[in-house]
Design a protein around this ligand. Structure first.
Ligand code: CO
Ligand code: CO
Length: 317
């Protein structure tokens, strides 16, 4: 995708505050001096068996990029691919789950578009509002910042274990609850602090998104693997070989930009590349504010720090 986008000529427009050239979470377009639109789109194939739950997770995941910019989602359009020969009740349940989650977020679903396709896919294009001075881009992390992460890692390996029928029920439930949880509270809490940079951890995994933040900010992100929270059952799933294709791709792509100074087990390091669905926010803010943020937001953990650019953008210790 990066290569495709690089071939597209950029059109200079002073109202494009965040465009596709910085690999940020969402685009931002200025409407006036004190108001801008945040826009993002995401859809994917089912990752859990229950259609209602899948729809709700797809909604939480689509909303996440707006929260990752510090924005407030206001409206959404659904995107549906559905097989012509499949029971339409399944689609009703997916849409019902999505609508329910959008309602919880205070985001109005205005419509959508559907196509016949052999494989179910579902998600949303989401529009949010933000003050142009409040944008939390992935560029902006500074040496001395603490790195806070707001969810646990492992939805990819647990989802793969589920597809292979080797996932424990409790692990699937905890992962599902995590994916269903909106990043709204994390967003609202971080906005009370002087946050320098923020992104959500999704398909590229913790390291992939840390790498993007490091490159955009021209710093090195140092991650303490022992502090990274993992979902219960994630390590067991990885050890049992439930490795999603995306994890391998993420590792192939990003590992050349990672210095590993830890002695952690390979399965543990692999999880740092695990593609996440509806993952947490990765926040860089002054170290002096880190404790207050963690106190204000349940589940937020300090997983590392920002240092001046070293030889690699990401260092694991
Ligand atoms: Co994102
Ligand atoms: Co995104």
């Amino acid at each position: 995708m990066d290569r495709v986008l690089k071939a597209i000529p950029k059109i200079a427009n002073p109202n494009v505050l965040i465009g596709f050239d910085t690999a940020d979470d969402a685009g931002v377009y200025r409407l006036s001096d004190d108001l801008a639109l945040v826009q993002t789109v995401d859809f994917f194939t089912p990752i859990v068996d229950d259609p209602f739950t899948f729809g709700a997770i797809a909604a939480a995941n689509s909303l996440s990029d707006v929260y990752a910019m510090g924005g407030r989602p206001i409206s959404a359009l659904s995107i549906v691919a559905f097989p012509a020969d499949q029971d339409i009740d399944t689609l009703s349940e997916i849409m019902r789950g999505g609508h329910e989650k959008m309602r919880e977020a205070g985001c109005a679903v205005l419509g959508g578009h559907s196509v016949n396709d052999p494989e179910i896919k579902f998600g949303y294009a989401v529009t949010g509002l933000i003050h142009p001075g409040q944008i939390k881009a992935n560029a902006g992390a500074r040496p001395g910042d603490a790195l806070i992460f707001t969810k646990a890692v492992g939805t990819g390996v647990i989802g793969t274990a589920l597809k292979r029928g080797i996932a424990g029920e409790a692990a699937v439930q905890t992962a599902t609850d995590s994916m269903l949880r909106l990043n709204r509270a994390a967003c609202e809490t971080m906005l009370r602090f002087e946050v320098h940079g923020c992104t959500d951890v999704t398909g590229f995994g913790l390291i992939g998104h840390a790498r993007e933040m490091a490159l955009a900010s021209n710093v090195t992100l140092e991650i303490e693997v022992a502090r990274v929270p993992f979902l219960p059952g994630a390590l067991e799933a990885a050890a049992a070989g439930a490795i999603p294709g995306g994890l391998r791709n993420n590792k192939d792509f990003a590992s050349c930009d990672v210095e590993n100074a830890s002695s952690a087990h390979l399965n543990l390091l692999d999880l740092l590349y695990d593609p996440q669905t509806s993952g947490g926010l990765l926040i860089a803010l002054p170290d002096s504010d880190a404790q207050a943020l963690m106190t204000a937001l349940e589940g937020a953990v300090r997983i590392g720090r920002v240092v001046p650019r070293d030889n690699k953008p990401v260092r694991i210790v």
